[in-house]
Unconditional design. Structure first.
Length: 137
């Protein structure tokens, strides 16, 4: 790497750290304060077959589909199932049945870290160290 390339790399790495720290802080704040639409954090998967045709252990979207069926909703192959991660068992709920206070904030933060790590790794950035922890006075 030329000296110019090294300087550019350092500038880019520092800017990336700043942006990632802002993204992490904003995500945590929005999740903890319930400042999001459920649809924005829901994971949507299309059922490849009817829910009853799946075998245990069920993937999350199938668990959500079976819950919807238990609530009287018709669910079949080809339907798009939206679910969210929640703190209580079984760990997921159909998005339409979840409440903001049910959301598993830490699970969503882990998913965010996993995505950011893919971008940060070539720059030698530890994204988990970018999150500012509140200090106790």
């Amino acid at each position: 790497m030329t000296p110019e390339e090294k300087v550019l790399f350092i500038i880019l790495r520092e800017r990336l750290k700043k942006v990632m720290a802002e993204v992490i802080a904003e995500a945590r704040q929005k999740l903890e304060r319930h400042e999001y639409d459920m649809a924005d954090i829901a994971i949507t998967v299309t059922l490849g077959k009817n829910p009853e045709e799946y075998k245990e252990p069920y993937p999350p979207h199938v668990k959500a589909a079976l819950m919807l069926k238990a609530f009287g909703r018709e669910v079949k192959a080809g339907d798009r199932i939206a679910y969210v991660y929640v703190r209580r068992n079984p760990g997921i709920l159909p998005a339409e049945l979840a409440r903001p206070e049910d959301i598993d904030v830490e699970r969503y933060m882990e998913m965010l870290f996993a995505v950011l790590e893919q971008v940060a790794e070539p720059f030698g950035i530890d994204v988990r160290k970018l999150e500012k922890k509140p200090t106790i006075l």
